[in-house]
Ligand binder design. Structure first.
Ligand code: 5GP
Ligand code: MN
Length: 334
């Protein structure tokens, strides 16, 4: 993969291009994609942002979110946008299967593919890009890419807000080890450009409906199990809970982090029966590698301390498989 700054000549003349992200995008996937969008349109390009699926309501405030095409519900429109593109930007994922039903179309499209991402073990599908696992977020990498291209004058308030949103969420509000001095310097620069961080926090964190809080209480009280001998905590959510609390995309985000606040817990798992499949989220503290764990047992991956996977077994069977996997990792979890 050639370094991202080498795309500079490709951006000189106006081109038709698409930016896409992983399915069920989070604030970093959407924020980095929209930040890049606001940069590229200022350069005169014809840019469409496509999400493989819908995205959570709490991201609808993002400048440009109203123009994002949902591949699942507007497939024809998305296919039209993909037709004859010269550049495809893939943000916040590094394996095409993470775009779900869009994956075969992305594989087939004949154009230059560019990666901007911070997950481990990228697939070799990309001609140009940056894959930096030390970056706090893909949003940070978009910011640094704009600088590398010598175009920092284009960083306006829209871009600043999108970059901040991706960074604040992926760093757990500047808590995780990935929050380097570089990250804080970037945020200072964004504030110099007019960013008001408190507004973004309110949009993202103070925007839930009552049912989501009730669901949180119910889950922590009735669905949590703690395995102290393995320093592990688990939440297993049946499909009936999703229906009962009328949960929408994004409503379970952040739930897994609560488990890590229990004293001594090194690994947390959120296991949700989404009806079509069981989705798993893993988080760890310190030296337990949940990327390897997700890859080995649940066809997944991600980062060292945050990863995800899936299972086609029933919830009960998946939970049993998870407990067995934890037992196998007993020594690593001490
Ligand atoms: P989350 O638990 O928030 O869905 O995901 C945690 C991290 O793991 C994110 O960085 C996400 O991109 C990654 N991740 C989640 N699910 C999968 C998966 O099925 N495969 C891979 N490779 N990564 C995943
Ligand atoms: Mn990310």
């Amino acid at each position: 993969m050639k370094p991202i700054e080498e795309i500079k000549p490709l951006l000189e003349a106006p081109k038709k291009m698409v930016i896409t992200m992983h399915q069920k995008p989070d604030a970093d996937a959407m924020g980095s994609s929209l930040a890049l969008y606001h940069y590229l349109i200022q350069k005169g390009h014809q840019v469409t942002v496509i999400s493989p699926t819908n995205f959570p309501d709490f991201l609808k405030w993002m400048p440009g979110a109203e123009g994002v095409i949902d591949f699942e519900s507007s497939t024809d429109k998305a296919m039209e946008a993909l037709k004859d593109i010269e550049l495809l930007f893939c943000l916040d994922f590094n394996a095409l299967y993470r775009t779900k039903n869009m994956a075969p179309h992305l594989e087939a499209v004949k154009c230059t593919k560019i990666l901007i991402d911070h997950h481990l073990e990228p697939q070799p599908d990309f001609e140009y890009g940056v894959s930096d696992t030390s970056a706090s977020s893909t949003a940070q990498l978009v910011y640094e890419t704009i600088y590398k291209l010598g175009d920092e004058k284009f960083i306006n308030l829209d871009i600043a807000q999108c970059i901040y949103a991706g960074t604040v969420t992926d760093t757990g509000s500047f808590r995780f080890a990935s929050t380097t001095a570089r990250v804080h310097r970037m945020v200072a620069d964004l504030m110099d450009r007019g960013l008001r961080h408190e507004i973004i926090h309110q949009e993202i964190y103070d925007n839930f409906l009552e049912n989501r809080l009730r669901f949180l209480g119910h889950s922590l009280l009735n669905r949590m199990e703690v395995f102290y001998e393995y320093n592990t905590a688990m939440l297993a959510i049946p499909y009936s809970d999703l229906k009962r609390f009328d949960l929408q995309t994004g409503d379970t985000e952040g739930l897994v982090n609560f488990l890590l606040s229990i004293q001594g817990i090194k690994m947390a798992a959120l296991i949700i029966d989404r009806n079509s499949e069981v989705k798993l989220s893993f988080r760890s503290k310190g030296n337990f590698d949940v990327n390897t764990f997700a890859r080995r047992y649940f066809e997944g991956g991600g980062h060292f301390n945050a990863s995800g996977g899936r299972s086609t077994d029933s919830l009960e069977k998946t939970v049993n498989r998870f407990i067995k996997a934890v037992e196998e990792n007993e020594t690593l979890l001490q």
